[in-house]
Design a protein around this ligand. Structure first.
Ligand code: ADP
Length: 499
C-alpha cells in the first residue's frame, strides 16, 4: 500500500515514533535496509518485524507478524523456569531429612515464581483420625496454634483430605463459601490445597496461598500439583525413616534389657552350679563312710550277720551306690557346664572304642538274654576321626547301658555305622520300650526321665544330658528316633577329617 507521511505516523504506535525516526534517518543517510522488532500492537499484530528499505524519495517497508513465534519463545522460557524449579525441588526432596526445612526451601523457590505468601502442611494423625498442622509459613504462631488441628471435612484442607481431591479457591474476598472463611480472614486471595497421597495412602495436605493474586494460571496449578506429588512420597519416606529410627531405639533398649537379663541368668546359673558342686562334695564324704561301714558289716567274719540282716545291709549298699553314682554324675555335669577343659582331641580308633564299650556292657546284656549285633567299621584309610577316646567310650557306654536298661528280655541291640564323605554316624539300636515323640525332645534335658518307665529302671536322668554335652564339645551331633513300644535308635554323628 502507498502511505503518505501523516498516514504512516498514524499507523505506527506513538511510543515507537522516536525509534522509527532514527531508523528512517539511518536508512536514508547510509542507504541501508534497517530491521526492527516491535512489541506494541501494530496492524492488529502483537509482535511485528518491520523492514525499512530506502527507495527513491521514500521508503519501501514490510511488516511480518511475529506474535505466534514470540508466544512459543515465551512458553519455552516459562517451561525452562518450571523445569529448573522442579529440578531444584527434586534434589531438595532427595537430600532433605527434615520435613520443615524441606517445605520451607520449596516454598521459598515457589513463592518467588508464583507470588505466594503462605503455605500450610497438615499431617494425617491416624490414631486420632485428624489432621495436624505440622509445618507452615506466612502466619503468626498464635494463629497457627488456633488452626493446629482439623477434622475431616473441616475448612478447605479438611475437605481436600476427606475427598482426596485438590481444591482451588480463587477471588476469595468475594467468595461466600463458608469453607474459605479461615483463609479469607488471613487476607488470602487465591489458594490451592492438595491432598498428599503416597502409594494410595493419605499422608496429609499441602496448600499454598497468595495475598496479592486472585487467580493461578493452568501451568502454575500443574507445577504445584507435580511438586505436591513428589512431596507426598518424600514426606511418607521421611515418616517411615522416623518410625524405623524409633523402632531401632526400642530394639536397642530391648537388647540392653536382654543383655542384662542374660547376665542375671548366667549369674543365677553359676550360683546353682556352685551350689550343686559344693553339695555334691559335702554329700560324698558322709556317703563314702556309710558305704564303707555297710561293706564292713556285710563282710564281718567275727560276728557274721543273719540272712535277714545281710539283706537289709545289701539294700543300704545298693541305695548308697546309686546315690553315689548320682552325685558323681551331678559333679561331671557341673564341671562341663562351667566350661572346664574336658575334651582332649586326638586321632581315635572308633572300632576299638566300640568293641571296648560292648565288652563292658555284655555281662549286663546277658543277664537280660539280649542279642548283640555289631558291624565292622568301614572307614577309608585317609578318613580320620579326631576325638577324645575316654569321653567317646563314656558316650557309647551310656547309650549301650540305656539300650540294655530299657530293653525287654530276649531283645536285640545293634550297633551300625553310616559313613559319608565328611561324617560318620554311629547308631545304637534297641528293641526296648521306646520313647513317645513328645518326650524325645525332653530326654536330653538334665534330670528328665520318661514318665512311664522311669520308675521301673534305676537312673538319675543325667546320663543323656551329659552325653549330649560331650558330643557337642566333640563338634558332633546326637539324636534319637523311636517308636513307643517298639524300640529306639540313638545316633551320634562325628566329623571325619581327610588326611
Ligand atoms: P537315666 O537312664 O539315668 O534315667 P538318661 O539321661 O540316660 O537317664 O535317660 C533319660 C531318660 O530317657 C530315661 O529315664 C529314659 O526314660 C529315656 N531313655 C534313655 N534311653 C532310652 C532307651 N534306649 N529306650 C527307652 N528310653 C530311654
Amino acid at each position: 500500500m502507498n502511505l503518505s507521511h501523516s498516514d504512516l505516523w498514524d499507523l505506527l504506535p506513538p511510543s515507537c515514533h522516536n525509534t522509527f525516526e532514527d531508523a528512517f534517518f539511518r536508512s536514508k543517510t547510509e542507504m541501508i535496509p534497517i530491521h526492527l522488532e516491535i512489541s506494541k500492537p501494530l496492524l492488529s499484530f502483537k509482535w511485528v518485524e518491520v523492514g525499512i528499505f530506502p527507495f527513491g524519495e521514500g521508503f519501501s517497508m514490510f511488516f511480518k507478524d511475529l506474535t505466534r513465534h514470540k508466544q512459543v519463545d515465551q512458553l519455552i522460557t516459562q517451561n525452562e523456569k518450571k523445569l529448573a524449579l522442579l529440578a531444584e525441588a527434586s534434589s531438595d526432596l532427595i537430600f532433605q531429612e527434615d520435613p520443615k526445612e524441606l517445605l520451607d526451601n520449596l516454598f521459598n523457590s515457589l513463592s518467588h515464581y508464583l507470588d505466594l505468601d503462605v503455605y500450610f502442611n497438615y499431617i494425617f494423625d491416624e490414631r486420632a483420625n485428624k489432621l495436624r498442622l505440622m509445618n507452615y509459613y506466612g502466619i503468626p504462631k498464635e494463629i497457627a496454634d488456633g488452626m493446629c488441628c482439623l477434622d475431616f471435612g473441616q475448612a478447605v484442607c479438611g475437605t481436600a483430605a476427606l475427598n482426596q481431591h485438590k481444591i482451588i479457591a480463587e477471588d476469595i474476598s468475594s467468595s461466600i463459601d463458608p469453607k474459605v472463611n479461615l483463609i479469607k480472614s488471613l487476607g488470602i486471595q487465591a489458594y490451592v490445597c492438595h491432598p498428599l497421597i503416597s502409594y494410595g495412602k493419605l499422608v496429609g495436605t499441602l496448600s499454598f496461598g497468595s495475598k496479592t493474586r486472585t487467580h493461578f494460571i493452568k501451568e502454575e496449578l500443574e507445577l504445584i500439583e507435580r511438586i505436591c506429588t513428589q512431596v507426598s512420597i518424600t514426606l511418607d519416606r521421611l515418616s517411615l525413616i522416623a518410625k524405623l529410627q524409633q523402632t531401632n531405639i526400642e530394639l536397642e533398649q530391648a537388647n540392653t534389657s536382654l543383655v542384662y537379663a542374660q547376665a542375671q541368668a548366667e549369674k543365677a546359673h553359676k550360683a546353682k552350679s556352685d551350689f550343686l558342686a559344693m553339695m555334691s562334695h559335702e554329700l560324698r564324704t558322709p556317703l563314702n563312710s556309710i558305704l564303707g561301714f555297710s561293706q564292713l558289716l556285710h563282710q564281718d567274719a567275727v560276728t557274721p550277720l543273719s540272712a535277714q540282716q545281710l539283706a537289709k545291709v545289701d539294700k543300704i549298699l545298693k541305695s548308697g551306690r546309686h546315690l553315689l553314682a548320682m552325685i558323681n554324675d551331678i559333679l561331671k555335669l557341673v564341671k562341663l557346664e562351667n566350661g572346664k577343659p574336658f575334651i582332649e582331641f586326638q586321632e581315635v580308633d572308633l572300632d576299638a572304642i566300640v568293641q571296648a564299650a560292648l565288652s563292658e556292657i555284655t555281662p549286663y546284656a546277658q543277664l537280660k538274654k539280649l542279642k548283640m549285633n555289631c558291624e565292622d567299621l568301614k572307614l577309608k584309610s585317609d578318613q580320620i576321626i579326631y576325638s577324645d577316646p575316654v569321653r567317646l567310650q563314656q558316650v557309647l557306654l551310656n547309650l549301650l547301658s540305656n539300650s540294655v536298661k530299657y530293653n525287654r528280655e530276649h531283645g536285640n541291640i545293634s550297633i551300625s555305622y553310616q559313613v559319608s564323605e565328611h561324617t560318620v554316624t554311629v547308631n545304637v539300636e534297641d528293641t526296648g520300650v521306646g520313647i513317645s515323640s513328645v518326650e524325645q525332645s525332653k530326654i536330653f534335658d538334665p534330670f528328665y526321665r520318661t514318665e512311664e518307665f522311669s520308675m521301673e529302671a534305676e537312673g538319675t536322668g543325667i546320663g543323656l544330658s551329659l552325653v549330649k554335652q560331650i558330643v557337642t564339645e566333640m563338634q558332633g551331633k546326637i539324636g534319637v528316633e523311636s517308636q513307643l513300644g517298639e524300640g529306639s535308635t540313638f545316633w551320634i554323628e562325628l566329623p571325619i577329617v581327610k588326611k
